[in-house]
Design a binder for this molecule. Sequence first.
Ligand code: ADP
Length: 465
Amino acid sequence: MTFGLRTKLSLAYAALALLLVGIISLFVNYFFKIQFNDYVIAQQKQSSQNIVNLVEKQYDASNDAWNVSAIENIGMSALDQGIILKVKDLNGKDVWDATVHNNGLCMQMLSQMAQYTQKYNPTLKGGYVQTGYDLTNDFQKIGQADVGYYGPYFYTSNDVSFLNRVNTILVIVGIASLALAFLLGAIMSRRLSRPISKAIEAASEISRGNFKQRIKEQSTTREIKQLTATVNDLADSLEKQQQLRKTMAADVSHELRTPLASLQSSLEAIIDGIWEPSRERLESCHEEILRINRLVGDLEKLERAEAENTMLNMTELNLSELAQHIVHNFETDFFKKSVKLNFVCDSVAVKADRDKISQVIINLLSNALKYTQKGGRVELQVRDNGRSAKLIVSDTGNGISQDDIPNIFERLYRADKSRNRVTGGSGLGLTITKAIIEAHKGSISVSSELDKGTAFTVSLPKSRG
Ligand code: ADP
């Protein structure tokens, strides 16, 4: 059986509140009772002493006589408070005795007190307790007062109604806390479960192919924030990949159509006998096929570079060493074309994918070589720029027109289409380069002037430490 997060949280809150209220009530009850009983005992001692003091005052020393009717009043009001008073004179003769005066009332009083006390202290083993007090006048003993009650302590009706009030208050506080806990629990669980439900809704929309779906609900809970960010990122990358697939298919068909059409018409002309299948013509067809092949290869590389943005094999990398290595491999190509290659470097380390960064340097260097005429110069610089590492490839080549600069990083864009047929570029090199750099959280920029030269600047975040 499964329960919703909201039900579970609400129940958990309620159970916790119930437990806390229960524990607090038990503690309050236990400690309060101990304190209250101490108070009752102290109170009873005080009352007994007051009664004794009052009785002492009823002795007339000059006549050696007791004011019995006053003592009777004192005794009766003591009986009201649950105390049985017996007064004896110096000879042990009864002056006044509550049990003699009204034994029935005394018994009734005692059983009443026992009943009250037992009700709140069921484990108490109480019984009749009597304490004797010496009665004195001018430091002379004049008799004895025995004060009896249900002991070790007893509750009067006032005490009982006080305890009842306290219990009622405790019950009210308990119920109010429970209600509050329920309410807060419901609010809290709603606040927690709502964004999760939204995330589930969005995720199922995404799984149905609606990649535009995003979760807009904000949450202050860290885990929920991460969850919604992850779902949104997932939607982002799925949307991007869908877009990539679409443009890739469009680009491929667009780019292949022209060379395939020219190949088709050339071959058809040969088959129809319009053209001689001369070596030159066949070579031109072969050339076209090679170009298509290269294009397909580049498209594959671009697809990988863009799709694998998330799968970089990051290692600690000495950028200057890597650049030096690539420069070595390029030296003969530059020499053959009589273009001078200059290499300047600071020692700088980055955390990056070695193969991908190699490809960036190779792409930029081969472009520089491709678009620089004989006798020109190309320079590769590796610079430590504080927080980032900089790779600058500058040349004294053709340059790029200001109109073309914004487009050169776009897939399949070639500044000069006719020239590119000769140079053999497919217009994907810079697109791949940019995709790789962005996957490394870096950036690439270009500055160029027609017929003067071009400089590409790559900035990569440096590895820390
Ligand atoms: P390609 O394979 O055609 O070289 P790229 O994506 O590498 O494709 O470059 C796109 C276009 O940018 C090129 O066709 C070229 O016109 C221009 N370009 C790139 N690098 C340079 C450079 N160093 N000098 C002049 N033009 C360049």
